[in-house]
Design a protein around this ligand. Structure first.
Ligand code: AMP
Length: 286
């Protein structure tokens, strides 16, 4: 039976006890409204650890003014059932007022990796993400935490934070899970009308064009970016924020691809901001 924990102190006590008896704790932080992308991370955690903790917390500090914090989709009951189905051990659902009581004033800023890409379009977003993840790490005290490559910049921000702040936690990436038609699974897809959803398919198709071009020998980042942009421009109603090719390990800008790289993009479709990416030059091809 999965245990639902709402109090910070209680979660800390549970984790202390588990660690005392030598259990390896795996942790999957989420904002809920769970889909198979989230569940793939849970499965990964199950495979690596003795005990799995999932958190659901829609973190106010990572949303900017005018973003979708208030209307972010929520389904605690449905999420609970899905996690029970995966034999998750603990579901941690803290209250916003407990996580950020009045007078709260401490934030974590990963200065360089948070710049560019989504960082340019969502000022303060990664500061909010790094802060909440640091807090959750101090509450759940995991040995291993799993983050999806769907949010590629976030994964690298967390990696850097863990390295720089000496968190004794192993960060494991999980591959990006897509719907059958190719669209990247996201809780926010629920905001898309059927017509918008059809238009949004161009994002992954265009990333695939970029990957094809790479596989046919093109190494110049500018040429790959141009191909993806041209492809996206062929569909109306998709407003591109950025497409960039970056080093997959460091997220540094590159001119030419000589080791694994990520083609990352963000676009507005109807009421939704969507992100997607594809890895190129990785040995297993995923
Ligand atoms: P979120 O609930 O959107 O904050 O996401 C929680 C975790 O699930 C993050 O580590 C995300 O990267 C991961 N995630 C979200 N969507 C996907 C997906 N389609 N495939 C793999 N991981 C995902």
């Amino acid at each position: 039976m999965m245990q639902v924990v709402r109090q910070i102190r209680e979660m800390q006590k549970i984790s202390d006890q588990l660690r005392q008896v030598g259990k390896k704790i795996g942790f999957v932080p989420t904002m809920g409204y769970l889909h198979d992308g989230h569940l793939s991370l849970v499965k990964k955690a199950k495979g690596l650890c003795d005990v799995v903790v999932v958190s659901i917390f829609v973190n106010p500090t990572q949303f900017g003014p005018g973003e979708d914090f208030k209307r972010y989709p929520r389904d605690e009951e449905g999420d609970g059932a899905k996690l029970e189905g995966e034999a998750v051990d603990f579901l941690f659902i803290p209250e916003a007022g407990d996580m950020y009581p009045s007078g709260y004033q401490t934030y974590v800023d990963v200065t360089e990796v948070s710049k560019g890409l989504c960082g340019d379009f969502r000022p303060g977003h990664f500061r909010g993400v790094a802060t909440i993840v640091a807090k959750l790490f101090n509450i759940v005290k995991p040995d291993v935490a799993i983050f999806g490559e769907k949010d590629y910049q976030q994964l690298l921000v967390i990696r850097k934070m863990v390295e720089d702040l000496n968190f004794d936690i192993k960060i494991i990436p999980g591959v990006l899970i897509r719907e059958e038609d190719g669209i990247a699974m996201s809780s926010r897809n629920t905001y898309l009308s059927p017509d918008e959803r059809k238009r949004a398919l161009i994002l992954y198709r265009s990333l695939l064009k970029g990957k094809d071009l790479f596989q046919s020998g093109e190494r110049r980042a500018s040429a790959l970016v141009r191909a993806v942009k041209e492809s996206i421009a062929s569909v109306d109603g998709v407003s591109l924020q950025y497409v960039e090719v970056r080093d997959a390990e460091t997220l540094e800008k590159i001119e030419s691809v000589s080791k694994p790289a990520v083609i990352a993009l963000a676009a507005i479709v109807g009421p939704v901001r969507l992100i997607d990416n594809i890895i190129i030059g990785r040995e297993n091809g995923t």
